[in-house]
Design a protein around this ligand. Structure first.
Ligand code: NAD
Length: 352
């Protein structure tokens, strides 16, 4: 191919994970330098003649030019720069995307492109799901969290003041482009937040993968590109096999930090139920400690706060609380509402 695409596959192999969803299937491309390969985006996945790139003011100076350059040779490109932060993951930001698209007279064949982490991805994806009843969407995730987690599942949406992610839609992207070079700019706290999500994939689904992370944690913390690319690939594959639930956040904690504590609590509860061996709880706590992730909730959390948080959680069906719990050997989980209430109460008490 003349688009430069073949160049990466020889010097710097690109990994492709195909998310198999019948007619909605799409590829996740993972590799270093992918944003320098215009053909990857253009020739394959951009529908229509117009694209709207949505990003934020922190990411724009880092990557926006690259993406604009990759697209502008053949189609007209519009950009929207939102303010940075989870507090802007709301309907107002979605409206700004609509305003930009309407102003540019974008038609139903256009493509919305999100360049950023989970926040930008969720806003832009949700706007793409509803603009003119749905237009093409491409995600270029730039945080480790969004690369391992939001690349698969099609979840889009925004927060309501009462709770996170209460408004949303499932809208699958045409493709996801993960350029691992974007991580060079990412603060460490954000990196390990994403790592928590990868650890969770191993914990609930694949014991060998968990062990691989245990053995390669130093390389991952040092952002070794090969190790990082492998973790993104394996996590996306696991996510593509099953939908894994995310836990709720606490105040100014990062998503992955809340996930880390949620995992420890789920493991403790599973242990109290007699469903897993105590060594699994210890291995989990150890790897999280090594990654400098939290293993206990903030001291301000009370049992009541956990209970009211769980009540608005989307995992409640017909008033029944359900959890992802561990059962059996390392790497196996169940999604269930049937467990002894006492195990939940004791676990909450132990952590507050
Ligand atoms: P985020 O999008 O807020 O990004 C974290 C911070 O890093 C932001 O300040 C961002 O501007 C900055 N940033 C992004 N890329 C950077 C880079 N390459 N270098 C330097 N800084 C960079 O947070 P996140 O962890 O990516 O995503 C969390 C959000 O995603 C939450 O709202 C969560 O609900 C949502 N989420 C969605 C899914 C899904 O499946 N749709 C999955 C997981 C999380």
């Amino acid at each position: 191919k003349s688009n430069g695409f073949s160049k990466i596959s020889t010097s710097n192999p690109m990994i492709t994970v195909n998310v198999d969803l019948g007619p909605r299937s799409y590829p996740v491309y993972i590799g270093s330098g992918l944003l320098d390969q215009p053909g990857l985006l253009l020739s394959r996945h951009v529908g229509g003649k117009q694209a709207l790139i949505v990003t934020n003011n922190k990411i724009a100076p880092l990557f926006l030019d690259k993406v604009v350059n990759a697209l502008k040779q053949e189609i007209s490109v519009h950009t929207l720069i939102l303010p940075d932060g989870e507090q802007f993951k709301n309907m107002e930001s979605v409206m700004k995307v609509f305003d930009a698209a309407i102003e540019a007279r974008m038609d139903r064949r256009c493509t919305f492109v999100a360049v950023g982490g989970g926040v930008v991805g969720d806003i832009c994806g949700y706007a793409a799901a509803s603009y003119l009843r749905g237009v093409n969407y491409i995600h270029i995730p730039t945080t480790f969290m969004s690369q391992v987690d939001s690349s698969v599942g099609g979840k889009t949406g925004v927060n309501h003041r009462v709770g996170k992610n209460l408004i949303g839609a499932i809208h699958q992207p045409k493709c996801v482009v993960v350029d691992t070079d974007t991580l060079n700019y990412l603060p460490n706290r954000e990196l390990v937040s994403g790592l928590a999500e990868a650890i969770k994939c191993g914990m609930v689904r694949d014991g060998e993968y968990f062990e691989w992370i245990e053995n390669n944690l130093e390389a991952l913390l040092a952002r070794d590109p090969k190790a990082i690319a492998y973790v993104i690939k394996r996590s996306c594959e696991i996510k593509a096999e099953i939908a894994i639930e995310a836990s709720c956040g606490y105040g100014n904690w990062l998503h992955g930090e809340a996930v880390a504590v949620g995992m420890v609590m789920a493991a403790e509860m599973s242990y109290r139920l007699g469903w897993i061996d105590g060594s699994i709880v210890n291995r989990l706590k150890n790897i999280l400690r090594r990654a400098k992730l939290p293993i206990t909730p903030p001291p301000t959390m009370t049992v009541e706060m956990f209970k009211s948080g769980m009540a608005v959680d989307k995992k409640v069906a017909d008033g029944l609380l359900r959890f992802v719990l561990l059962k059996g050997p390392l790497g196996s989980c169940v999604f269930t509402g049937s467990f002894e209430q006492k195990a939940l109460d004791d676990t909450l008490l132990a952590f507050t």
